[in-house]
Design a protein around this ligand. Structure first.
Ligand SMILES: [Zn+2]
Length: 207
C-alpha cells in the first residue's frame, strides 16, 4: 500500500503538478483558501476530490462524525486561524451517509474516548429519537435523520462559539453551510444554505 501511495505521488507530480506549475508555485508562496471545511475523518469523504477542487482551496478540519466541540482547542485554533488570519468567508460542516460515527451514536459504544467524543452529539440523537418515534422510521431512515440532525447541531455549536458569535454580531461572515455527502452516489445535498441562512427541507422533512 505504501508503495502505491508513493507511485501515486510520482503520477500526481507528472500529471497534475507540472502541467499546473504556475498555480502550485503561487500557492507554495502563500495559501489563500476562502473556505473552511469541517468534515468526518472517514476515508471515503475527500473534500477536495468530491468538489473538484485543487489543493489550496479549503482549510480543513476532520474528526469522527464532523463534530464541533466547545472544549476542543484543536478546532478552536483552526477556526481562529481560518476566520481571523485567512479571512475565511464560508464554513462548510459536511456529514455523510453510512457514517460509522453516526451508527455508533445510534447504537452506543463503550470504548472510552470514542464514547466521550460522540457524547457531544447527544442532542442530535435526542432529536432523531423523537422524530423516529413520531414517524415510525426504519433504522436506515433514522440514521439518515440522525446524520442531518448532527450537521444542524454542529452548526449550532459553531454559531455559539464566542469567536463566531462576535463576528456574526458585526456582519454575515463567515457564512455557515450544512452539507451531506452521499458515499453511494458521490453527490452533495445542501442541508443548510449559508447564502440565504435558510435550512433546506432536507431529509428530516422527507422522512
Ligand atoms: Zn463519518
Amino acid at each position: 500500500m505504501i508503495d502505491q501511495l508513493l507511485h501515486g505521488n510520482v503520477a500526481f507530480v507528472a500529471g497534475e503538478f507540472k502541467p499546473n506549475e504556475e498555480y502550485y508555485q503561487a500557492i507554495a508562496t502563500q495559501q489563500r483558501p476562502k473556505v473552511l471545511w469541517i468534515g468526518c475523518s472517514d476515508s471515503r469523504v475527500s473534500e477536495h476530490q468530491m468538489t473538484g477542487s485543487k489543493p489550496g482551496t479549503m482549510f480543513v478540519h476532520r474528526n469522527v462524525a464532523n463534530i464541533v466541540a466547545f472544549n476542543d482547542v484543536n478546532i478552536s485554533a483552526i477556526l481562529e486561524y481560518g476566520v481571523v488570519h485567512l479571512e475565511i468567508e464560508d464554513i462548510i460542516v459536511c456529514g455523510h451517509t453510512r457514517c460509522g460515527g453516526i451508527a455508533a451514536i445510534e447504537d452506543g459504544v463503550h470504548e472510552n474516548y470514542i464514547a466521550d467524543w460522540l457524547c457531544i452529539a447527544t442532542g442530535a440523537k435526542e432529536a432523531a429519537d423523537r422524530i423516529a418515534k413520531e414517524r415510525g422510521l426504519s433504522r436506515e431512515e433514522k440514521l439518515a435523520v440522525l446524520t442531518e440532525e448532527n450537521v444542524k447541531l454542529q452548526i449550532k455549536h459553531l454559531k455559539n462559539l464566542a469567536l463566531i458569535k462576535n463576528m456574526h454580531a458585526k456582519g454575515s461572515r463567515p457564512r455557515i453551510h450544512g452539507w451531506l455527502y452521499r458515499v453511494e452516489t458521490g453527490t452533495i445535498d445542501v442541508l443548510v444554505d449559508g447564502r440565504s441562512g435558510k435550512a433546506s427541507p432536507g431529509l428530516t422533512a422527507l422522512a
